[in-house]
Write a protein of this length. Sequence first.
Length: 57
Amino acid sequence: MLDAKCPECNDRAQLSDDMTTIKCKKCGYSDSYENYIEKMKTNAINLADNFQFKGNV
Ligand SMILES: [Zn+2]
């Protein structure tokens, strides 16, 4: 099992050895690796927006 960052609680989530599913024991998040990557991309975009917003205020 490989460790990855959980997109829901930012704790450690586990990626299955075949890299198809990711699961977080802490919050119960579970998704396919493909969806996980998309979710992390979306989170990164949201974070960038937040930083820009803060910078403007
Ligand atoms: Zn989690």
